[in-house]
Design a protein around this ligand. Structure first.
Ligand SMILES: [Zn+2]
Length: 1571
């Protein structure tokens, strides 16, 4: 009965009106009984209509009354069951449980339906009163924005509902096996009888025109499907029979009769008849066979006995499992010999048993589902995945065909997930840990199961089991295995079940007996290799011991990560073995799919089969999908693009000329005024031609042009056809043609921040340099087909609109929270390198310089900013305002910027008369003071230094809440991350302050290097960034000489440059750039840090003339573009001293990739030097020598330790005499960009000196020695004992730069021991490092700020952070005390310690602390605090929190996308987060790449950090394959990262055990007590 109760009805309601109201919603009512008291009962067609009625009509306003619609519950019902609807889908089960539990004990809660954002559950309470209380309270309650609707459900005991259909209905999850907790019910298919018949008799079974089979169907009422097309050429065919057991039995008997009769006739005719009748063959799934046979064959015997009577025998035989396994059959054959009626009888009994086993499995699955929501119950059944079918350990799951069958329809079952199929692993845990593992009321195990999406069962002890241990069986995919095993491991660790450092687990994995040999390998080679690579102990039974077994347990003992590594390798072996068998499986697979999912009507079966067979062509499907995707991209481009274009002739004013060199200074000042007053050019154009090709057509080509945001791979545009004209696209090069030159742009913008779109117009005036018949510019690559004559001037006017998103590129949105909680959205831009075209159509290459002006519409309460100041503001329609800005000087498109916001500003005027303003969100305006002063000072300093005034009237610096890079040097409107511009003494440390100063100095130097003189093309990006990276030190040093900022240059900038440059996949400073991704990749350590290092070296070598030359270069190319050679020429022209071949020298340093190493040997007062390119072993591949560097060698000796002797090394090798010395040190102050390799004797001399008095060497020389010593150790030129002997001097080191470099080198060893799972060694190593730094710790740590110098303050935070990270107990204790004081008493943490203090809490590992930090993170508006919190909470080892953070990162609500890469860096700081995060990144690659382009800095950092937690060759191969699948395996950074992993692996093999031994020998001599 599908009766509903309708309440709260208006008085005048009638049956008819009620019926009509419901009809309007397509719900048919019948048997309507209206009661005058205002309620009614009615019947619905079916249960679905009832649900619909409640869904739509409950709460419906009917003649002024809010109608209620509920299930009809008989009066006095004792129902304890309610239905809760409108539950927000994102609410998790725990929260729901909690909510429901408020009203009493919940006996059962099952999911019944879900739509896009709400779900419905049925809840059974233990009493009626509880159910009613829940209804009273919950109905109408708002939960996370959704209003719950709760109704009482009829109790089965007091209704006349028919019993449920089918054998049972489960509430399980068939549709979305992964990651979805709310699911729709579906009936489990019954187990049909599957019969095998000789192929040659299939025709007879079907009969002429299907006559025979129809007759059998009619007689027996069974549904019969003959799979005649399966397994072409096979001698037997399968028949699937559905129906009641009796019907199936009868059908089997009838078919058997047909077969036997045919067989009899055939053999009689052939004269081979011998009384042996064809047996009845039944198929049964492998997983059921064991139970069918029963212990010692009891069940089978019983059936045989039952069937047999008198002397009529019946014999049942089951096929050999090994043979079946070999053929990858998942079904075994049961052959029944005897009379037809006996055979049929036996079949009924066999099937009865099989069905009951199957049902049990399904029931168990169902219950498990209830217990562990979110789990696909079929995952647990190796044999029952997807209803039935192959066990998951079988090769089928790799079959491309599998999904193209009926299961294609399942949403959310992606390719990737399919590759991760279920398997069973066993973990042994101490018996006494069982209670903790289960948790109260199963909470813990349930939680694990939910997190891991796996089924977990603690197996009851069986006879013969070790009573100290219990088995935990885990069924799930590899990801689920990883997560569940980790949770179990983690729990054991927390509960103290490991002794000390021995965190060893025992696990068991089962593998098919057929591949045991392969796993063991010849003479056990593979096992040994497996143990060596994974540091685990692997025990596999000998093949002789596994005789007759189908599956063999493989025992793996080791640390959690070691076990995982071993499991992964075994999985690989398995999949290889399966791959080999793949072909054989195809046919079996078809028959299984056919029988279980299609169940076609036999009359049409042939046709159905054909359809199915043809639809599985894998290539076809892929190709089709690709095409679909491609057209989506095109369509999207169309929509967001230009919708109207016209080409107008412009009435010109006079030509504007480039300012001449000699008058540049003067002109610059004038230009400022001139531009300021220049009225934007009036276009009195007549529309000459309506565009022939309006540009709306998209070009048909596979890989589209580079306007696609981040195209897969482009060197040269392919020949593309324009769909509008049918003509080939006229331009095939990546770079724009130079036949047209843009002169000025006027941009009109009308952004709507609420609707997130903008309408716009751009008018571009340009001249034709050559006669041409097309215009090509960047936007989405439209063409204007029209002959344009040489020497003429034209204007294009383009009306267009675009979308505003939070994309961090182009014209985009950013939002922030005011202190009062209000959220504000602003619009801002980021164009470098290729995103100006995303904002407006333009000639988007740096060499197409033009003047830009802007008119922008805004809300009256907002303000707009542009490169130039506002000239006028007018009223605009709709109460809005329009700001008109003056025209800029000639500049590149990537430097254009505009912002619309409610920001406030502080301003000042520089000595040179430039108005400098700092803009920030209103609540942060108090933090802008430092930046304002710094910006004014450094701008003045640069004007003096370059002797070229800043050419614009104003300079704005803006703190943007969402910003991808650190800052962007837009001319006159520099944008910054908040942390790079705002300084708040309460939350900013000294290093934070230095960062602000550095970034300001960097960006303002770009106003000359980059803005005034721009690289011609991105291949010379170093001309921008190298100079700015050098000037950032220079600028800070000029403004704050007391900071001694240059002292850090060598330890930071030079080190970073050499790190990338030691790779074979680095590049020269000047490097060809031929596609968009390469442009992005240029923004790397080479362009920035190596550029700066080389400038430093050249300046040191050439002297003052170097900067004279640079000044000339700026003058000469002002408002224009320059190439590498222009700089060389300018410097060479100034070199009057004849310092040597300067040109050759600069050329070598800017065009050779890599860093040289100079090998030095000293023998009898004679020094020999030899240069070569430095690389770490064994990134494999030895590159040929690329050329010779001109290395300005310098050295100091004990005779003159501060005065260097110079030599220029231009040859491969050279030698010279020195006086007798106690030591000699090369590369004085590490000004030269090269490494030094000393011989052993020289190292001994240097180490001796350091241990006696290290201050004989300058701090920079100590930096240089630290670098060279540790690098020598890494490559094997200095043994680690000596390196540690060298390091002992660090106990007295008190300078910042040497210390941070040393800690980074020491950190490498720690990192490797961590990644290599050498826990014991790592513990000793921690002891060693803390021992070295104990003296400094007690000298500085936690001391009052006021008593320390600036450098001591920097050292203080460094040493505290270092000691805590090496788990020095006194340090952690103090830090954690500060944390608690912050948490409990709201006491501010000193800025210098903030990160360390948060990390100490993470080390403490309390969920409560973590939650406090997360909440603080979510609620703070302080960018620095939020950074420090995020980088700490990401370091957690709590799996649940890691997963939570990953999800939050994708959501992007609480975690800004600009923070994604720093979050991932912290997530990879430990092995748990590391392994998990790399999986996560792979899984969500496409989503992440949407936010962070593949070649962006963020993505490079993400890939780098994920991969450096790998120390496993197999994992590299996997990573390589992954990058290949994403089409980025050819990118330099990808190659570099993989190389780095190989180098790490090599290092680990070479040095880990040596270091381990050394640590053990010396451990007892290290004490870290308070001195
Ligand atoms: Zn820069």
């Amino acid at each position: 009965m599908n009766k509903i109760y309708i309440g709260s009805l208006p008085q005048d309601v009638t049956q008819v009106s009620l019926k009509e109201v419901f009809n309007a919603y397509n719900i048919e009512l019948s048997n309507i009984v209206v009661n005058q008291k205002g309620f009614a009962f009615a019947d619905c067609k079916d249960a679905a209509s009832v649900d619909r009625a409640i869904e739509h009509m409950n709460g419906y306003m009917f003649n002024g009354k809010e109608m209620s619609v509920e299930h009809s519950v008989p009066r006095g019902s004792k129902s304890k069951k309610i239905q809760v609807r409108n539950i927000p889908s994102h609410l998790n089960w725990e929260e729901l449980d909690k909510l429901l539990a408020e009203y009493g004990a919940v006996d059962n809660c099952e999911q019944v339906s879900t739509d896009s954002d709400t779900a419905t559950v049925k809840v059974t309470y233990s009493t009626k009163a509880e159910a009613q209380a829940a209804i009273r309270d919950l109905d109408g309650k708002s939960v996370e924005g959704s209003t719950l609707r709760v109704t009482l459900l009829p109790d089965p005991a007091d209704t006349t509902r028919p019993p449920r259909q089918g054998r049972f209905v489960n509430g399980g999850n068939f549709n979305t096996p992964f990651n979805q907790q709310f699911t729709r019910p579906k009936t489990v298919p019954e187990l049909p009888t599957r019969m095998l018949v000789p192929s040659q008799y299939v025709g007879a079974i079907i009969g002429s025109k299907g006559e025979t089979i129809r007759a059998i169907t009619a007689k027996t009422r069974a549904r019969i499907d003959v799979h005649r097309k399966d397994n072409p050429g096979a001698t037997e065919k399968a028949i699937t029979i559905n129906g009641t057991p009796e019907a199936c039995g009868a059908a089997v008997a009838a078919i058997l009769d047909v077969v036997r009769k045919e067989d009899h006739d055939a053999r009689m005719a052939a004269g081979t008849w011998n009384d042996d009748e064809v047996p009845l063959k039944i198929l049964a799934h492998n997983s059921l066979i064991g139970r069918l046979i029963g212990r010692e064959g009891r069940n089978l015997k019983a059936i045989q006995e039952k069937v047999a009577c008198d002397d009529v025998k019946c014999k049942i035989a089951i096929s050999n499992s090994m043979a079946d396994m070999h053929q990858c059959n998942v079904e075994r054959t049961i052959a029944i010999y005897g009379e037809s009626c006996k055979c049929a009888e036996a079949e009924v009994l066999l099937m009865e048993k099989l069905r009951s086993c199957y049902e049990n499995d399904m029931m168990a699955a169902y219950q498990q589902q209830q217990q562990y929501p979110g789990l696909h119950q079929l995952n647990m059944f190796p044999g029952l995945q997807g209803g039935y079918g192959p066990p998951m350990r079988d090769p089928m799951y790799n079959m491309p065909n599998y999904m193209n069958g009926p299961y294609r329809a399942q949403p959310g079952f992606s390719q990737e997930q399919r590759a991760l199929q279920s398997e069973t692993c066993t973990l042994y845990i101490p018996a006494e840990a069982v209670g903790a593992m289960i948790g109260s009321k199963g909470a813990h195990i349930r939680n694990i199961s939910r997190i891991a999406n796996a089924s977990i069962k603690i197996v009851p002890p069986e006879d013969g089991d070790d009573d100290k241990q219990r088995r935990v069986m885990i069924m799930g995919n590899p990801e689920g295995q990883w997560k569940s095993q980790f949770c179990i491991f983690d729990k054991l660790k927390q509960e103290g079940f490991f002794n000390g450092d021995d965190e060893r687990l025992t696990s068991e994995m089962t593998i098919p007996a057929t591949i045991v040999g392969r796993v063991i390998g010849k003479g056990g080679n593979n096992v040994r290799e497996l143990q060596r690579l994974t540091s685990s102990e692997v025990v596999i039974p000998r093949q002789s011991e596994t005789e007759g077994m189908e599956e063999v347990p493989v025992k793996i003992v080791g640390h959690f990560f070691a076990i995982q590594s071993a499991q992964r390798r075994i999985r690989e072996l398995l999949s290889k073995a399966k791959e080999a068998e793949k072909q054989k499986v195809v046919h079996t697979l078809y028959s299984i799919l056919m029988s279980w999912h299609r169940i076609p009507d036999h009359e049409n079966s042939e046709e159905d089969e054909t359809i199915m067979m043809t639809s599985v062509g894998e290539d076809d499907t892929t190709a089709h999908l690709l095409r679909e995707d491609a057209s989506v991209v095109h369509r999207r481009e169309l929509i967001t693009n230009i919708n109207n274009m016209s080409l107008r002739r412009r009435l010109r004013e006079g030509m504007r000329t480039r300012p001449s060199l000699s008058t540049l200074s003067k002109r610059a000042k004038e230009e400022r005024k001139y531009k300021y007053s220049l009225v934007s050019v009036l276009v009195i154009g007549i529309c000459l031609i309506l565009m022939v090709n309006i540009g709306l057509g998209y070009r048909k080509c596979e890989s589209t042009n580079e306007e696609m945001y981040h195209p897969p791979k482009i060197h040269k545009l392919k020949q593309c056809i324009d769909s509008a004209t049918g003509l080939p696209f006229p331009w095939q090069n990546y770079r724009l043609p130079t036949n047209l030159l843009p002169e000025d742009y006027h941009i009109f913008l009308h952004p709507n921040l609420t609707l997130q779109k903008y309408t716009a117009q751009v008018a571009i005036n340009f001249s034709a340099d050559k006669t041409t018949d097309y215009v090509i510019l960047h936007s989405r690559g439209h063409t204007f087909k029209r002959v344009l004559n040489q020497g003429q001037n034209y204007q294009i006017v383009l009306d267009f609109y675009g979308n505003l998103t939070f994309s961090l590129g182009g014209f985009y949105l950013s939002k922030y929270k005011r202190n009062n909680g209000k959220e504000v959205v602003i619009g801002t831009t980021q164009f470098e390198s290729l995103d100006a075209r995303a904002a407006f159509p333009c000639f988007d290459e740096p060499a197409f310089k033009a003047n830009f002006s802007l008119s922008m519409v805004r809300e009256p309460s907002f303000k707009t900013l542009f490169n130039m100041p506002i000239e006028s503001t007018n009223d605009y329609e709709g109460g809005l305002k329009i700001d008109n800005f003056g025209s800029t000087v000639k500049m590149s498109t990537y430097l254009v910027a505009f912002i619309v916001s409610d920001f406030q500003n502080v301003s000042n005027v520089t000595a040179g008369g430039v108005e400098v303003s700092i803009y920030s969100s209103p609540d942060k305006i108090s933090e802008t003071e430092f930046a304002l002063k710094m910006a004014c000072d450094v701008l003045d300093a640069y004007e003096n230094l370059f002797n070229i005034p800043f050419p614009l009237p104003k300079m704005d610096l803006v703190a943007v809440p969402d910003f991808a890079a650190g800052a962007m040097e837009n001319w006159g409107l520099v944008t910054y991350r908040e942390t790079a511009l705002l300084y708040n003494p309460a939350t900013s440390s000294i290093k934070d302050q230095e960062w602000v100063a550095t970034v300001i100095a960097h960006e303002l130097s770009h106003q000359w290097f980059g803005n005034l003189v721009t690289m011609e093309w991105w291949n010379d990006l170093w001309l921008n960034e190298g100079f700015a990276s050098y000037m950032e030190y220079y600028g800070v040093d000029m403004v704050h000489p007391k900071w001694k900022f240059f002292a850090d240059f060598s330890a930071t900038t030079v080190t970073a440059a050499m790190t990338q440059d030691s790779s074979q996949f680095t590049h020269a400073l000047s490097f060809p750039v031929t596609d968009s991704r390469k442009v992005d990749e240029m923004f790397d350590s080479i362009s920035y840090n190596k550029g700066a290092s080389i400038i430093m070296m050249l300046e040191d070598f050439i002297g003052d003339e170097f900067f004279d030359g640079v000044r000339d270069y700026l003058m000469k190319h002002a408002y224009g573009n320059a190439e590498n050679q222009d700089l060389v020429a300018a410097v060479v022209a100034r070199d009057t001293d004849n310092n040597g071949d300067i040109q050759a020298m600069i050329n070598a340093w800017t065009t050779l990739a890599g860093v040289p190493i100079v090998k030095v040997t000293l023998k009898d007062n004679k020094v020999s030097v030899e240069q070569s390119r430095f690389m770490y072993p064994d990134g494999s591949q030895n590159l040929p020598e690329t050329g010779l560097w001109h290395i300005p060698l310098t050295y100091v000796t004990n005779i003159s330790p501060q005065k260097a002797t110079r030599k220029l090394l231009t040859q491969k090798s050279s030698s010279f005499d020195v006086p007798k010395v106690e030591w000699i040190k090369f590369n004085h102050n590490r000004v030269g960009y090269y490494r030094v390799a000393y011989d052993k004797g020289m190292w001994n001399m240097l180490i001796n000196q350091l241990s006696q008095d290290h201050e004989v060497f300058s701090a920079s020389d100590r930096v240089s020695l630290i670098s060279d010593a540790f690098v020598a150790a890494r490559v094997g030129n200095l043994n680690y004992q000596d390196a540690f002997r060298f390091a002992s001097y660090l106990q007295s080191e008190k300078d910042y730069a040497p210390l941070i470099l040393a800690t980074s080198h020491l950190g490498y060893i720690d990192e490797m021991l961590k990644v290599g799972l050498k826990e014991e060694q790592r513990r000793m190593y921690e002891k060693y490092v803390t021992y070295i730094f104990t003296p400094l710790y007690y000298e500085l740590a936690w001391k009052n700020k006021t008593s320390l110098s600036r450098m001591q303050l920097k050292l203080q935070s460094t040493i505290v952070s270092l000691m805590c990270s090496y788990k020095y107990e006194p340090c952690l204790t103090t830090a954690y005390a500060k944390f608690r004081n912050w948490k409990e008493n709201n006491v501010l943490i000193e800025a210098e310690y903030m990160t360390t203090v948060f990390q100490s809490a993470i080390h403490h590992n309390l969920v409560e602390d973590w939650d406090v930090m997360w909440n603080a993170f979510v609620n703070t508006t302080d960018a620095l605090l939020s950074n420090k919190l995020l980088s700490s909470i990401g370091m957690t080892t709590n799996l649940q929190k890691i997963i939570f953070l990953q999800e939050e990162m994708l959501k992007g609500e609480n975690i800004r996308s600009q923070s994604a890469s720093s979050l991932i860096v912290s997530l990879t700081s430990n092995m748990v987060g590391g392994s998990l995060t790399w999986r996560f990144v792979k899984q969500h690659w496409d989503e992440i790449v949407k936010l962070h382009p593949v070649a962006s800095f963020a993505m490079r950092s993400i890939v780098h950090h994920c991969l450096t937690t790998i120390l496993d060759e197999g994992e590299i191969v996997g990573a390589e394959a992954f990058f290949k699948s994403k089409g980025i395996d050819d990118m330099q950074y990808v190659k570099r990262t993989l190389e780095k992993v190989r180098i790490n692996i090599h290092w680990f093999k070479q040095h880990a055990s040596v270091i381990g031994k050394w640590l053990k020998q010396n451990e007892n001599s290290w004490h870290s007590d308070r001195p």
